[in-house]
Write a protein of this length. Structure first.
Length: 79
């Protein structure tokens, strides 16, 4: 989203719509999401829509050097 759109709830609204489609129309049993550990805004959206962090699923991004500030990623799940 553009900077001007931040903090207006658009990402949360879109994420809720994606969950609805995934669970109701596609009959998925689980949806996962990941982001860089430092991406606090995305982490907040994942928590707001009910996703839970899977600590055993955290990983280092395979295309970034281990010492890169965005290398560490967290994984969230919802069923």
């Amino acid at each position: 989203l553009s900077f001007e759109s931040w903090g207006k709830g658009y990402a949360t609204e879109a994420a809720k719509a994606v969950l609805k489609v995934g669970f109701e129309e596609c009959s998925l049993k689980e949806i996962v999401s990941f982001t860089a550990l430092q991406n606090a805004r995305s982490v907040k959206v994942m928590k707001k829509i009910g996703m839970k962090r899977d600590l055993s699923g955290d990983f280092n991004h395979p295309k970034l050097p281990l010492n890169h500030r965005l290398s560490k990623h967290l994984l969230c799940r919802i069923s």
